[in-house]
Design a binder for this molecule. Structure first.
Ligand SMILES: [Zn+2]
Ligand SMILES: [Zn+2]
Length: 471
């Protein structure tokens, strides 16, 4: 996620964005939770409301739907960004308003569920997902029907299908993941079935509220095959130690839900600036990268996405690139097994990494080139001048990328539309299909074979109007 923000100079920009996006209270709430991954305060309630919905959703079945559907849907209402701000909370509130009979549903579910743990996140996103699913199902059921109508009542046919699906879920699992699997099976998102045979691993940046493992659960619930997450609070230098138990739970959950580490892309905190001319920020950033890679290792993760850095106008670009590479080399020497993924930036302000030459400049100084990669953010690329809205824009960009950086370094994609026009240099995400890249631009992205078998992470908040954008 992105939005801008590299500690120093861009911090203010990020904050402004945040302000625009949501209220301060929400942010605080979320930040607290991020630092307290172990707390179960979310257990509260809402979670099961969705299950009922899911049953309904069971609907038709695994008919073909393409990757575009998946992307569209996830972005549409399942995805909720928590990156720059505690959007989760706000979404949750909105969601409550939108699901009037939720209490009823909850009560009912509680009866038949002896869910032990509270580990299953009942966060807002679920509701959101569900209502989305509801609409999706509906759509599936009634071709050419307006999606705004509400859910179809359960039928015998539905129930039969549901029990069929339950049979399919037979992997030995713990209670939590088993339940999630069952929920997913019941929901039978058509896109999920289709996605299983696709080469596209689409997912979203998900919340770690209530515990890192909840990210995997949330991703699974939305039918994602990949996901992005923060490993800690993204706005503070200090963070709580990652407990062994939490790490183990995360690994187990990912394993049971079928998420391989190569499709999980953690994102660095925005404060990190490995190329900072300011000694304190520079040192803290280097230490943070080591700490984060240690976290990855403990969590069984093998990729780690960073914004390269910023020279804040006080250092030549070349020197900044060298410092960034040096910070990565240092972290590599301290922690084995994790590949650092450089995210291309939008050329905003004094950030580096907006030009492919700059990414190359960093890579050139990396000692172990098997542990460095690139994540292409579509919004950033567009803002940096790659016109993905044009017919051949994507091809041209990838050709250039291959020539300058090399496709072998391409490890991931961030899916975001752009509020700004091509070449605007502004890091302003927009919902997919609603920005200047547009539906056709993303259609090409989703059909691009060079993006096969790598995580494609939606970072932009969704809106219902974009749901059908890619269809
Ligand atoms: Zn991004
Ligand atoms: Zn980012």
């Amino acid at each position: 996620m992105s939005m801008d923000a590299h500690g120093e100079e861009e911090g203010s920009t990020a904050q402004q964005l945040k302000k625009n996006l949501r209220s301060g209270n929400t942010v605080k709430r979320r930040a607290k939770k991020d630092e307290n991954p172990g707390s179960d305060d979310k257990l509260k309630s809402e979670p099961y409301s969705n299950r009922k919905t899911k049953k309904r959703e069971t609907a038709s079945n695994s008919q073909a739907q393409n990757t575009e559907d998946l992307a569209t849907e996830m972005k549409a209402d399942r995805f909720h960004p928590q990156s720059t701000d505690g959007k989760d909370g706000s979404i949750s509130q909105v969601q409550k308003k939108q699901v009037p009979d939720e209490d009823k549903v909850k009560r009912r579910r509680r009866k038949d569920d002896n869910v032990s743990s509270g580990e299953i996140s009942k966060s807002a996103p679920d509701k959101k997902q569900k209502s989305k699913k509801r609409e999706t199902t509906k759509k599936a059921q009634k071709t050419n029907t307006d999606t705004t109508t509400d859910v179809k009542p359960e039928t015998d046919e539905f129930r039969n299908q549901t029990s069929e699906r339950k049979k399919i879920v037979n992997k030995p699992q713990n209670d939590t993941t088993k339940k999630v699997e069952e929920e997913v099976a019941e929901a039978a998102p058509k896109h999920l079935h289709l996605s299983l045979s696709s080469h596209k691993y689409v997912g979203a940046h998900v919340s770690i509220q209530g515990g890192l493992w909840n990210a995997a659960i949330e991703a699974k619930r939305m039918g994602a095959r990949a996901f992005g997450l923060f490993l800690r609070s993204q706005r503070t230098w200090n963070s709580k130690l990652l407990e062994d138990e939490a790490a183990e739970k995360f690994r187990r959950t990912c394993d049971e839900l079928g998420f391989e580490s190569r499709y999980i892309l953690p994102h660095s905190p925005y404060l990190m600036n490995l190329g900072s001319p300011k000694p304190d920020v520079f040192q803290k950033s280097r230490a943070m990268l080591v700490e984060e890679l240690n976290r990855c290792q403990k969590l069984g993760l093998t990729l780690y996405n960073i914004h390269p850095g910023s020279h804040i106008g006080e250092m030549p670009v070349g020197k900044c690139l060298e410092l960034i590479a040096d910070g990565i080399n240092h972290a590599h020497s301290q922690v084995p097994g994790v590949t650092v993924v450089l995210e291309n930036m939008s050329c905003q302000g004094s950030t580096v990494g907006g030009r492919f030459e700059e990414l190359r400049g960093i890579i050139d100084h990396i000692k172990d080139k098997s542990r460095i990669g690139v994540c292409l953010d579509t919004c950033h690329a567009f803002a940096a001048g790659h016109n993905l809205s044009e017919k051949t824009g994507l091809q041209r960009m990838l050709d250039e990328f291959n020539k300058i950086v090399g496709l072998s370094y391409l490890k991931a994609v961030h899916l975001n539309d752009s509020k700004g026009k091509v070449g605007c240099r502004l890091d302003r995400h927009e919902n997919i299909g609603r920005g200047h890249i547009g539906v056709e631009g993303f259609r090409k992205v989703m059909n691009e074979p060079r993006f096969n078998e790598i995580p494609m992470i939606l970072e932009t908040p969704a809106s219902t109007t974009s749901r059908h954008a890619l269809h």
